[in-house]
Design a protein around this ligand. Structure first.
Ligand code: 4NP
Length: 151
């Protein structure tokens, strides 16, 4: 399974989601892979926001070596599961789908914890709520494992 975490800038939420998912995958000894990308590309090539690095580190996760990149058309076919942090990310991803069948790979991350409730990971970039974002992300990642890891 190849998972892509997606937010707007790929410097706050989706890097934390990549780090949390990588650790969750390792805990379950799965051979899945995770990457992350942003829909706007404004921070292309930059490392994660220092506040995201700090929050992940508080949970024992090092995300400092990640680099921001903009989502590419080819990602839509290269990944099995494309997980959006909020509804705007989801809409942006849907708009990139030239074939309707691709949309089935795209979901809100939080649907895996709170199905059909349209729960989003709020953007912490301006309001500083990184701890809350990481908490939600952890719940979503646990849900992904529950849904796709058959034991
Ligand atoms: P993220 O947060 O989407 O969680 O990475 C943001 C970071 C930067 C910007 C927007 C959101 N920005 O527009 O600069």
């Amino acid at each position: 399974m190849k998972i892509l975490m997606v937010c707007l800038g790929n410097i706050c939420r989706s890097p934390m989601a990549q780090g949390v998912m990588e650790r969750t995958i390792a805990e379950h000894a799965l051979d899945w892979t995770v990457d992350s990308a942003g829909t706007n590309g404004y921070h292309d090539g930059e490392g994660p926001d220092p506040r995201a690095v700090r929050e992940a580190r508080r949970h024992g996760i090092d995300i400092s070596r990640q680099r921001s990149r903009k989502i590419r058309q080819s990602d839509l076919e290269a990944f099995d599961l494309i997980l959006a942090m909020d509804r705007q990310n989801l809409l942006n991803l849907h708009a990139m789908c030239h074939h309707p069948s691709l949309k089935s790979r795209i979901h809100l991350l939080m649907d895996y914890a709170y199905p059909d409730q349209q729960v989003q990971v709020p953007d912490p970039y301006y309001d500083d709520r990184f701890a809350e974002a990481l908490q939600l992300i952890q719940e979503g990642c646990q849900g992904v494992i529950r849904a796709h890891h058959r034991t």
